[in-house]
Design a protein around this ligand. Sequence first.
Ligand SMILES: C[C@H](NC(=O)[C@@H](N)CCCCN)C(=O)O
Length: 454
Amino acid sequence: MNTNTVKKSLKDSVITRWAMLLLVGFVLAANYYFYDALSPLKSTLTKEFGFSNTDFGLFLSVYSIPNVFLLMAVFGGIILDKLGIRRTGFMFVAFMAFGALVTAYGASDMYSNNGVGYAFMSSIFPGYSPELKMMLLGRFLFGLGAETSIVVISKIIVKWFKGKELALAFGVKLGLARIGSALAFYLSPILIKSETGWTTAIWFAAFFVTSSLLVFIIYMMFDLKLDKQVKPDNSVSESNEFHISDITDLLKNRSFIYVTLLCLTFYSAVFPFFSFSADFFLNKFNLTLEQSGKISLLMPLGTVIFTPLFGFLVDKYGKAATLMIYGSLILTMVHLAFAFTTLSPYVLMVVLGIAFSLVPASMWPSVAKMVDEKRIGTAYGFMFSVQNLGLWAFPLLTGVILDYTNVEGVKPIDYTYSMVMFASLGILGFIFALLLKREDKLSGYGLNLPSNSK
Ligand SMILES: C[C@H](NC(=O)[C@@H](N)CCCCN)C(=O)O
């Protein structure tokens, strides 16, 4: 046997690795679809179950509770680095599907007509409707599974693409996720009008997530095959002991701290805003639900094009640290424009899509430069838990601000103060992006260098 022969594995085949990306992209699209599917239904939930702005904010933010207060994304990342992609992925995608089904059940007539759990939910916290409580439980379980499954998918991308087209792959992966969000804003307002009742919109979302579990099982077969090729005797598993120093080392790494804080502030100014955006356009520009839903979906649609494009540019020319600064600045300007001008929301949402491509396309592959691949699950999990603090607090705060600054039942709802809050988060993100770039000169991770030069 010629010992100089370099053994080819599945990931050396361009077609196979991009096919893997499509498989896990489907799982991610389903995840994002469900996350956003109820946002265009805010006014329907108010009509059907009497949700206030705060109730709606609570419903959005309960997604993050397991990840912030039970540190599930951190534990998920540690479990991932220890148990490996297949077992961890299966477990958390299954949680996500179960949570989605419970949410849909909570909104269904089956449940309202004294279905399983109705009596119990009626007996606790009587200030909240039984529907809201069951839906909160479902979204809690969904969030528990959804965040760690994004960590798993990020690790899958690093596994197949590191040293190759990593930033482009992250960009395409995020593009697929955003197609899920865009579809949600497009389809939900249509599905609520369906003959089978408005809850069809939620059931459809829940079945989409459930189907993604089957797709993940298909991915697992390829993952197993790759592991057998890369570790032929299969005796060395992916598992790895976790040491507390894995976390303390991350906390001592200033670049990692800045990127985590940027992640927290930037995403807190995007996802919570996005969840309220259909209602915001409806109120500020006096539009119908369908019109405002269509404006909202311009942002994720824009990112479908721009994120892979910026990913490609980051791979080829670098400049990730600089692009994160521009992204945060643009984000701030868009929120200020939403707050104080009547500039076309169509244009502003596309510009927001550019900001929301610049930062993610640069941020996630940059982490792979700062952290060893064996610890990447822990690192992404940690970032997600911190970020979820924002995804928990800011939808809630938005709802509270809206209820506080508006008279109940009076339309249109004024969003100015909420938009100022989002713009302030953008400014903080801008500061952390500047600090990250400065730190990179000292640490030498080469965040501004092309992907394959590090
Ligand atoms: C990769 C990144 N996703 C996240 O940061 C998630 N923790 C939050 C997802 C919440 C909405 N689905 C992204 O989408 O850029």
